[in-house]
Design a protein around this ligand. Sequence first.
Ligand SMILES: NC(=O)C1=CN([C@@H]2O[C@H](COP(=O)(O)OP(=O)(O)OC[C@H]3O[C@@H](n4cnc5c(N)ncnc54)[C@H](O)[C@@H]3O)[C@@H](O)[C@H]2O)[C@@H](O)CC1
Ligand SMILES: Nc1ncnc2c1ncn2[C@@H]1O[C@H](COP(=O)(O)OP(=O)(O)O)[C@@H](O)[C@H]1O
Ligand SMILES: [K+]
Length: 450
Amino acid sequence: MRAAERAAMDAGTSEWELMQRAGEGAAQWIARVAAGRPVTVLCGPGNNGGDGYVIADTLSKKGYQVQVIAPREPGTATAQLARAHFAVEVEAEGQLRNPVVVDCLFGYGLARQVEGKFKDLLKKLSINHCYKIAIDVPSGIESDTGSVLGPLPQYDLTLALGAWKQAHGLMPATASMGARRLVPIGLDLEGFTSTMSARPSFAAPAPDAHKYRRGLLAIVAGAMPGASLLAAEAAMLAGAGYVKLLSEHPWPNAPADLVVAKDVNEALDDARNSALLFGPGAARDDVARCRLAQVLEKRKPTVLDADALHLLDPDMLEGADATKLCITPHEGELAKLCDAFGVTADSKLDRVRLLRDVTGLTVLAKGPDTILAGGATTRFFPRGSSWLSVAGTGDVLAGIVASRLAGHGDPLRACEEGVWLHQEAARLASPAFSASDLARAVKPAMASFL
Ligand SMILES: NC(=O)C1=CN([C@@H]2O[C@H](COP(=O)(O)OP(=O)(O)OC[C@H]3O[C@@H](n4cnc5c(N)ncnc54)[C@H](O)[C@@H]3O)[C@@H](O)[C@H]2O)[C@@H](O)CC1
Ligand SMILES: Nc1ncnc2c1ncn2[C@@H]1O[C@H](COP(=O)(O)OP(=O)(O)O)[C@@H](O)[C@H]1O
Ligand SMILES: [K+]
């Protein structure tokens, strides 16, 4: 963000101009949700406070009744300019008396614990029954890490200025933000590799498509049948032309449209396989270890999930083509992988990036703050439904990602598409779904992206 702002300023746009764009853009949103109701704006000492004065000024000019509370006079030249433009009274302290409150105490400049009058104001905001709007980030949040440095009210709306900050995609920050919207301020963000994932769009199969061209996905089943069946059911609906379950065991409950190959070695050798999936229900014994080695030997685009992530280690990866592999760990599997590959870091984000750097793999770290890291890219995602916190939904995700991978062979793209499809399926499956409800909802979810 700082680099993008500096570039804009070097190209001739002043900080004041950027602040006006930010404040006026945010005020448009606030006016929409306030819908005529009086607004209180809390202004801090830095440029986030400066945005607050621009917001207050813009709303006043639109005819809004505005209360401004600023415990301290602005400290930066640009915020002072903004303060000077706002001719109306500013209170040093006071009650939050309006039904809409806009928090402009601190933005990405917050560098230490929030104390004193600022802390008191955030505490008051926490217990106030108003509509709460955070400008740029909630003021008790460290914008790079998403960690908490002060009282953290539950906001209804967070307006990111100019670009998403990492905190917008990271826990615990993201859970406090309510709806998140971006206010563009004309920054050139081209070339920045750490971004919020953009909603993908899919196309219908090409006119000359056939089942192999659309991708043959081989799912290598393990000792526990349910998991790979869930993955297969989701995969059949997520784009691949042909999904095959490779299993020596009989599958009386397999759906009629799922091909079960009993000769696993032969089916794994099939040159027509476009992608492989291994791990769900695989177990963690020697049989599974041998299977994993065999899967990696094929050097095909591959998704490794669940038990495979407990078996993976540096020796296993030797001879594999890491550029074609993606791993989809949840928190516990991520910890296991970090252990196996000697990665230590304080935050989930750092662990994911380091693991990517050490292994060369595409890492999709699941959870309420899903993080995707591959190549030089890091992607954050809008928060998905918390109803996904039920057993088997990870198997569904693995099936979806593998299905996308079979279609085009690009691990990063497959993971990104997979997260969107999975979240959309969760939205469509309605609350309190089971993993198989979710797998079925992949079909209408596909339609949302066409
Ligand atoms: N620089 C720019 O070009 C733009 C900046 N914008 C706004 O500016 C914000 C960043 O502004 P700043 O860098 O001035 O920083 P902030 O306004 O986020 O706050 C930092 C200020 O508070 C002080 N401070 C930090 N931690 C504190 C604590 N715990 N207790 C008390 N004081 C503390 C700092 O010394 C500094 O004065 C962004 O989040 C955004 O809202 C926007 O106006 C868009 C343009
Ligand atoms: N609270 C939550 N909010 C959003 N998504 C969640 C939440 N909890 C879990 N998920 C998602 O649900 C899936 C769970 O996967 P996983 O833990 O592997 O489950 P399982 O192993 O039982 O299949 C992941 O995609 C994860 O991102
Ligand atoms: K803020």
